[in-house]
Design a protein. Structure first.
Length: 184
């Protein structure tokens, strides 16, 4: 029985043994052309010999773009993580500063924020911690509150390929001064 698959298989075998030599006397038609680039119509696709290095070229072209994309994801993730940790450090520093005397609030806030950031693995290029006391007159009896601001310059070490400049993130938290726990 004559099948299209058998014809295709025979033509492919002839192509391999003749190494794609086509003589002018046997000019191929569209249905029987077995050169790379124009396989028989019903034949399964097969790789051509002249496509040998195309994958290597694609990898060489795409690898730098993929590396830059990966570094961008690392930079965005690092910035988001540091921002979250700076807000957490500001909250911890405000809680700690609200339990001590007014003269020690700034030192306690600075120490607590630095310890919280170091404990969570955040490496700031520069760390600035400020604490101020404000009186909240809307509450009765008159109440004092401490506001702690923590500012951290994100460490961009390892991201020089992106050309990213160091960015400063700031977290702020306010706590009511605990009159019963503060040494007054």
């Amino acid at each position: 029985m004559f099948s299209l698959f058998a014809v295709s298989k025979a033509l492919n075998e002839a192509c391999r043994t003749n190494h794609h030599r086509i003589t002018p006397a046997s000019k191929p038609t569209a249905a029987t052309d077995t050169r790379c680039g124009a396989p028989p119509i019903s034949a399964p696709p097969r790789p051509c010999r002249r496509d040998g290095g195309s994958v290597a070229v694609e990898v060489v072209v795409l690898a730098p773009a993929l590396i830059v994309l990966l570094l961008f994801v690392v930079a965005v993730g690092r910035a988001g993580g540091v921002l979250q940790q700076v807000h957490h450090a500001a909250a911890a520093a405000a809680r700690a500063a609200s339990t001590v005397d007014d003269s020690h609030m700034a030192n306690v806030a600075r120490t607590t924020a630095a310890a919280d950031l170091a404990g969570n693995g955040v490496n700031c290029a520069s760390l600035v911690v400020g604490a101020r006391i404000a009186t909240v007159s809307t509450l009765q009896p008159r109440t004092d509150a401490v506001t702690v601001t923590v500012s951290c310059a994100i460490d961009v070490q390892g991201l020089a390929l992106l050309g990213v400049a160091s960015r400063r993130v700031t977290g702020r938290s306010t706590e009511v001064v605990d009159r019963f726990r503060a040494d007054r």
